[in-house]
Design a protein around this ligand. Sequence first.
Ligand code: WTA
Length: 678
Amino acid sequence: MSQPQTKGVDLGALGNAGMQSGLQETRKFPPPASISKSAHVKSMAEYDRLYKESIENPDKFWGERAGELHWFKKWDRVLEWNLPDAKWFVGGKTNLSYNCIDRQVQAGLGDKVAIVWEGEPYDAAKPVASELVRLTYNDLLREVSKFANVLKSLGVKKGEVVTLYMPMIPELAIAMLACARIGAPHSIIFGGFSASAIKDRVEDAKSKIIVTADGGYRRGKVVPLKAAVDEALTSTDVVKTVVVYDRVKGVGGFKFAMKAGRDHLWSDLMAKASDKCPAEPMDSEDLLFILYTSGSTGKPKGIMHTTGGYMVYTYLTSRYVFDLHGEDPAEMHWCTADIGWVTGHSYIVYGVLPNRVATLMFEGAPNQPANDRFWDIIQRHKVTKFYTAPTAIRAFMKWGEQEPKKHDLSSLKILGSVGEPINPEAWMWYHEHIGGKRCPIVDTWWQTETGGHMITPLPGATTTVPGSCTRPFFGIDVSIVNKDGQELPANAGGFLVIKKPWPSILRGILGDRERFLKTYWSEIKGCYFAGDGARRDLDGNFWVMGRVDDVINVSGHRLGTMEVESALVSHPSVAEAAVVGMPHEIKGTGIAAFVTLKTGKAPTEELKKELTNHVGHEIGAIAKPDQIRFTEALPKTRSGKIMRRLLRELASGQEVKGDTTTLEDFSILAKLRDTDEA
Ligand code: WTA
């Protein structure tokens, strides 16, 4: 089958919100003196100086920063750049697991807390020890070394992909650090994805082993992860070995199946494993992990990140953007993302631990058992840096300011936002009710492909503006261009591109060089094309408007409209489907699906429910459409292209405007039938 064609990039997808308008947010928040005083970057003058150096002399800038970490062998050259292929710290040998753990133990910090974990069922009034875990760097070294030996004993070799499909438990961090320790790239699949998503990913990565858990807690219920793995493995024989961590331990009669010869219990394997496993010296450019993410076409793509550059970049962005101070025993970093997404990879584990700071992991939902769970966690663990998504902030706003008011949030110093543009109302609420008007907000723009923060305030230096991600990080050369690649003036909306390589730039898409070239390097010649629309204001601050391709951002999670369409048309009743984003109060963007049915199939409410669940089963709950509309035909241009802009306008309840003279059939508009209204 031929690869589906991309539907093309379209700045019009963004509407005119803020574009070309010259409208400027007037509220400005200078960095608080209390933060600037001890910050790694203390002023805008210092930022400007370092930024200039990082662009003009990347070898010096990055070489010095990389030297703060441990290398078995120093690199020969900082950067080799043959567009679009970047190699960083060429010839260097290092290990990220070593830099996350051993380097701290070597420095005498073995007793310092590395990971604090709280399970969803943890109840401070009736604490159960196993639901609140603190792992020191010594503990982590022991557990990671043991699991690294387990992987070796199961035959995992350097370079072989290990799939992790786990809840947010310490064993997930342990497993990923064990993979990095022996040089086996991991492919982490978010626990909310379905069996067929697991099948697609293990087949694409040719991954022979999956590490999973019986289940994990989410909103008071057990998510049966092992059952999803079992279902996935009925339709593929790539996977030969499954390791199962018994997280639920039979509570509430929860059971899972084990298949003899294929499945092994984590605890059985760990009981026999030695706790000594030296970290493998890895080449800077050895594959560290792959992470699947959605694009405009076809199936999710396996984004590849390598060892040295990703390590240095996530270490430095963690350090400067969250202003982490490993020497401060009070430092407690909490990123609320799931490790199944890039945010969790970079800012729960890989960027944070090399900074010698404690990182907090929470298994569950923010409203379990009550709407103040996050604020309760911040108070009890005295969290200093808190990083979450605008969709969560909008939910907190809805739940009301009385929830954070019940708790002492005075430990907080810096707040972060990621995943989608943050609306100024949410920014202000976050600032007032969580940050007590004293914490700088770092609104960090970046992507799975970029590995780390790209445009972001630095808390001790940048004057923040609600809704803007402000300035590029060191070494990041951003530009706003039109489709011919011409740089646009201030306040004009255009495509966001990056003109120079940075250390954690993706090295490719697993097994698909052509898609790598086409997606990122062919839209605008000579530049990395991010797929976002943005503008730069008169002060030099960036405003990201959203995706310009057929990717939608639902609750800060990336989904391809085509993925959802494929899931819909795989249902026996569906003839054709077109999926577009629509404004959604909490999710930012919701999913609207226009569906035509096969002859003889009736557009009923039951069918709508069935289709919604079908998408959930094919991809995962996050992909379930918010709205399904049955239509007799999809509006198409004379050349047969679906008129998406028209569908977007319909889905968002706006009047249909613009030129519709290319419609194949005018009457189609009248025929659009929403059974909600019927
Ligand atoms: C969007 C998540 C505006 C953007 C780290 C990007 C943002 C996509 C922001 C990447 C932000 C992420 N402001 N938009 N601060 N952060 N985005 O790969 O559209 O899951 O292209 O990486 O999220 O999503 P991904």
